[in-house]
Design a protein around this ligand. Structure first.
Ligand code: 5GP
Ligand code: ZN
Length: 113
């Protein structure tokens, strides 16, 4: 999709800090991290909602998300984290291209929930 910022990142029309790439998925660091290592995993083919994805894409995204979780744990030393995936504005989705957040939860953050 021409105006989508995540499609532009995939096409290298916008910069990103790439973590991992497969035929179907792309993983990179979040530009406004909620904690050190906050990463995003997206399908290469544009879709706004999770339920629109092909089974093939879901399977690949799942495997890439696990690999990125392990890479984030190795890089940050944090073994506790959230995986979030928002669908629709009421569900706090801002970027309308499916994405999984991997957000490390360091001990210092634990009192903030
Ligand atoms: P949402 O609220 O849609 O689930 O989250 C969108 C995420 O995308 C946010 O965490 C935001 O910081 C991140 N983001 C938005 N624009 C960019 C960008 O241009 N580059 C990167 N790396 N992350 C972005
Ligand atoms: Zn897109």
């Amino acid at each position: 999709m021409a105006k989508c910022i995540f499609c532009k990142i995939i096409k290298r029309e916008m910069p990103s800090y790439k973590l991992l790439e497969t035929e179907h998925s792309y993983a990179f660091l979040d530009i406004f991290p909620l904690s050190k290592g906050h990463s995003l995993v997206i399908p290469k083919s544009h879709a706004e909602f999770f339920h629109e994805l092909s089974d093939e894409s879901v399977a690949d995204l799942s495997q890439v998300t696990k690999k990125v979780a392990n890479a984030v744990i190795a890089a940050t030393g944090e073994t506790q984290y959230n995986i979030l995936q928002n669908n629709g504005a009421r569900a706090h989705q801002v970027v309308k291209h499916v994405h999984f957040h991997i957000i490390p939860k360091p001990e210092a953050d634990s009192q903030q929930g």
